[in-house]
Design a protein around this ligand. Structure first.
Ligand code: ZN
Length: 305
């Protein structure tokens, strides 16, 4: 084929590229980190790799100042983002940032609550509605009931006591608790999660919208002896919230089984996509864990990508 001039060639090439490019523009998201009782310098990199590795997201990182430093001027331009991933457990955000965050969620923003982000801000009432359940940081019966799965439904238990605990880390079975939801459609009813903490005795307003997965917290591991809600959605205004209690961060990116778990990664990506769009476009990956076998992606990369 002959092209008469270069501009025609360029136009033809651009046309061909746009036709064959099935990848959409990645959606913008932000990971808020910088203070945590967990290993945030590793966890935020793992979260970024997993989400960007899906090809669906381009993640900014907002590293807030260290504990005790002046936060007065700190802000995040939430309106720029389709999803906000919370990897933060630390000092209070300044008032304008708190207000901007609530406005973002009320107006339909997407929020992923990741692991110890549900330890944060025990005294911030609206934040606790957004996370639905939280732990530690002085939480008790004033924070809301204990919420756990019993006799085929979620039970709200108002008995007094501290909110938030966990036993020794171990591998455990995740139990699906909903017939259908974009985040879990196609995923197995039961699958084995790699070694992780299992948050139990969490308390809060407890207004879970859709409970996706629970796991049994065994007393012999120091747990509650209850079936604990670990992965669920919350509604706040027009906003979509995806809360995963999974993913206790290890010492290094290489030694980080809870976040290397394919189940953790797939739920994170699907949860983030659902927060951003209300839909999930992904197929179930072939290396998803089974009921008997855990499955890790040590490099946080999907096979074939
Ligand atoms: Zn942890």
């Amino acid at each position: 084929m002959l092209f008469r001039d270069k501009s025609f060639l360029a136009a033809a090439l651009a046309c061909a590229l746009s036709l064959c490019s099935c990848a959409k523009e990645p959606m913008k998201g932000v990971i808020i980190t910088g203070q945590n009782n967990h290993n945030w310098p590793v966890s935020h990199i793992a979260l970024q790799r997993i989400l960007e590795g899906s090809g669906m997201f381009e993640m900014d990182i907002a590293v807030l100042p260290p504990a005790g430093e002046d936060m007065a001027g700190v802000s995040v331009d939430f309106g720029k983002y389709k999803v906000v991933v919370l990897d933060y457990n630390g000092d209070s955000w300044p008032g304008p940032m708190r207000e901007a965050f609530l406005e973002y969620v009320r107006n339909g923003g997407g929020v992923v609550v990741y692991h110890a982000a549900d330890n944060a801000f025990a005294g911030w009432e609206e934040y606790n509605k957004i996370i639905a359940l939280g732990g530690w940081e002085g939480r008790d019966e004033k924070s809301g009931p204990y919420v756990y799965w019993k006799d085929g439904g979620l039970l709200k238990d108002t008995s007094p006591g501290p909110g938030g605990s966990h036993g020794a880390r171990h591998e455990y079975i995740m139990n699906r608790r909903i017939e259908s939801h974009p985040v879990i459609d196609g995923l197995p009813e039961r699958w084995k999660h790699a070694t992780d903490e299992l948050y139990d005795r969490m308390r809060g307003p407890g207004d879970i919208k859709d409970l996706l997965y629970t796991a049994y917290s065994p007393t012999e591991k120091g747990g509650s002896g209850r079936e604990e809600p670990l992965v669920f959605t919350v509604e706040y205004g027009k906003g979509r919230i995806f809360h995963t209690m999974l993913g206790h961060c290890g010492d290094t990116l290489e030694d980080n089984p809870a976040m290397q778990c394919v189940g953790f990664q797939e739920l994170l990506i699907r949860g983030a996509e659902w927060c951003a769009t209300g839909k999930v476009s992904r197929k179930v990956p072939s290396d998803f864990p089974t009921e008997t076998e855990v499955s890790l992606r040590k490099d946080y990369k999907e096979s074939g990508r």
